[in-house]
Write a protein that binds this ligand. Sequence first.
Ligand code: SDX
Length: 431
Amino acid sequence: MSDPKIVKLVDESSNRSSELPLISGTLGPACIDIGTLYKDTGHFTYDPGYGSTASTKSAITYIDGDQGVLLYRGYPIEQLAEKSSFLEVAYLLLNGELPKPTEFATFEHDITHHTMMHEAQKNFFQGFHHDAHPMAMLAAAVASLSAFYHDDLDVENPSDRKMAAIRLIAKMPTIAAACYRYSIGWPMRYPRNNLEYVTRFLHMMFEVPSEPLQMNPVAAKALDLLFILHADHEQNASTSTVRLVGSTGANPYASIAAGITALWGPAHGGANEAVLKQLEEIGTPDNVESAVLRAKDKNDSFRLMGFGHRVYKNFDPRAKIIREMCHKVLAELGVNDPLLEVAMKLEEAALKDDYFVERKLYPNVDFYSGIIYKALGIPTEMFTVMFAIARTAGWIAHWIEQHETPGSRIGRPRQIYTGADVRNYTSGDKR
Ligand code: SDX
């Protein structure tokens, strides 16, 4: 896929130059390969938010931010949302192709038979205060998996890597549900192998010993669709974190735990929790205008959570699907949430406002998802945990892809040093 095109870069101050190859992929902008730049010119490049920097080649997901396009292994997200399931999408992200029925049956069997936590792992929860944030518990519990699966795990062994992927995708719902159950003082539930992936998760979340759980198929279908939409998204902050940690040869469970902590931030996956809290703070459609004014005020740190995106400068295709889902799921569940009207008014006001139009700020995946999670009975603090369950498929697919890529090196960015020039130590009486 690399073109013989060259970009010549000349430093006129030193008259040193560098001829840099231009690399193209299947889709998207060509990239200037700056691997020899420092050797040729003595200069680094500087791009602190990586807005113009590709960190890797990848065949997993493609985003066209201007057109609002999202492809998983070449398949448009809209088609996968309509026709696939989360577990089938997880297989696609991991293996690059949609599974034949026999391949999917084997994959589903493997996932189903790796859903239990080690009994000793439950003890980790006892160390948390009951009101610990579930993302803190999730990160710790997933990191603890690296204590249960480490000694005989060889990250260079493809079957060990595949088993780590199976265990992580299988155990995330069990661990996530355990975080919730611990936070409300309910006994943890064992995964039921006779249930499919999402229904099994909802059962572990909401089933109580005292009465059988009436499972609503609408809830399972809605959550499965949300998991599809959140499964992967190129080199976002948490996936880049997983890749950077994984580039050191670290244990896959530790690498995914790092991704969980990165996802928690309100600028990233933590935005879905922040959106709902913001909608509750705004309260009614009458307060929307003042919220939009605050979001535009440079002296106010207030931002419209669930709005804007580093890559999408058009509608996030996931947000479009989730917005349509909101109406359908709430109607099917018979839920009338006034926050949906606040969200729609907020979107309408922002999309008409020059500040948002000029900056191409549109609703992102986090803007409407919380309204659906709330309708499913999932507490606000668990929203980002939902994101983490789904994104585990993408994280581990990227972790594996990096290990399968010949010549992968440890990630080690350089910097512009702005500290003190060299100076000599002085004794205390001379300071
Ligand atoms: C996710 O990367 C991924 O793919 C992430 C994700 C995934 O699937 O992995 O899509 C998931 O993280 C979605 C994003 C969730 N975060 C939020 O909703 C938080 C609110 N959004 C912002 O914090 C912000 O838009 C970011 C973090 C999403 C993007 O930040 P950027 O690319 O650094 O954009 P920026 O801060 O440079 O903003 C550009 C301008 C600035 O104004 P000016 O300095 O040009 O005057 O837009 C403004 C910003 O102040 N701006 C906003 C805004 N987002 C950007 N102003 C008000 N409200 C907002 N939400």
